[in-house]
Design a protein around this ligand. Structure first.
Ligand SMILES: C[S@@+](CC[C@H](N)C(=O)[O-])C[C@H]1O[C@@H](n2cnc3c(N)ncnc32)[C@H](O)[C@@H]1O
Length: 267
């Protein structure tokens, strides 16, 4: 499978995105009420926030992702859990037979696929046994794409440069409401669908280091690249200020919200 833009992001993702994913993974697993040693599939697993948490709880995990870099990192992390592994695979074409798993999850994964989300969820429903669980986690914030993008969008707007402002996070503005996530699970064939909004703290770089730590992530946006080339120092200051302004939780980190939604595969 070819390289993807995610390959270069593995270290920055593991350092700055996965801790937030990991907090939501624990919340998702707590609510799924799986039997001991369940067969669990993690779709678009990334560096393995949910896969590693599920394996640590004693489940047998198959984690799939289409980024060779992500799969390579996750293979290392799952080595200490016999019966769990990571595979390079497209979420839209799962290489598993019908009914092979007790549960399938996708955290901050298949709901990024926009119109192809239903197809990916239908694949997850296909490989889970009747009565099993399909769970998804997706951002519930107005910007979409996670809390680290909030200061970015606001700082770019502050610069007043028409070519650097107006950033929207492509496709992730879909499915931000719990009802929308429930609806798409129903469309994919799930029954007994429900969702819950969950908030956790999201560790982030300090205001002073925010731009340098997340530069690799933000380089994917042309507005950011324009702003860096034209207004580097003002952008750094605006980002720092926007990070300072974010609402913080009791541990001093910005807050992030997701919807965790579940459905069952019909019996
Ligand atoms: C935002 S990350 C989420 C990673 C992880 N689930 C988490 O919550 O931290 C999205 C992941 O989806 C993967 N991905 C994107 N398109 C995919 C596809 N068609 N099939 C499998 N994985 C895909 C990317 O490689 C990336 O690792």
């Amino acid at each position: 499978m070819a390289e993807t833009i995610w390959d270069a992001l593995v270290p920055v993702y593991e350092k700055w995105a996965e801790p937030t994913s990991a907090a939501f993974a624990e919340a998702a697993l707590d609510r799924a009420e799986l039997c001991a040693a369940s067969a669990v599939l993690d779709v678009a697993a990334g560096t393995g926030a949910l896969a590693v948490a599920a394996a640590a709880r004693g489940h047998g995990v198959h984690a799939i992702d289409n980024s060779p870099g992500m799969v390579s990192r996750l293979t290392e992390r799952l080595e200490s859990y016999p019966g769990s592994s990571a595979q390079l695979m497209d979420a839209l074409d799962l290489q598993y037979g019908d009914d092979e798993f007790d549960a399938a999850f996708s955290m901050l994964g298949v709901l990024y696929f926009g119109p192809m989300a239903v197809k990916a969820l239908t694949e997850m429903v296909r490989v889970v046994r009747p009565g099993g669980v399909v769970g998804v986690v997706h951002w519930a914030s107005p910007v979409g794409g996670g809390p680290m993008f909030v200061p970015l969008v606001r700082a770019l707007d502050r610069l007043g440069d028409p070519e650097a402002r107006g950033l929207t996070i492509p496709v992730t503005n879909e499915f931000l409401e719990g009802g929308d996530v429930e609806h798409v699970l129903g469309e994919a064939g799930c029954v007994d669908v429900w969702s819950e909004k969950v908030e956790r703290e999201s560790p982030m770089p300090t205001p002073e280091t925010f731009m340098d730590e997340l530069d690799l992530f933000f380089q994917m946006f042309p507005q950011y690249r324009t702003a860096v080339s034209r207004h580097r120092d003002r952008l750094r200051e605006a980002l720092a200020e926007e990070v300072r302004l974010m609402a913080k939780g009791k541990d001093g980190h910005p807050l992030a919200q997701v919807n965790i939604a579940y459905g069952r595969v019909p019996r």
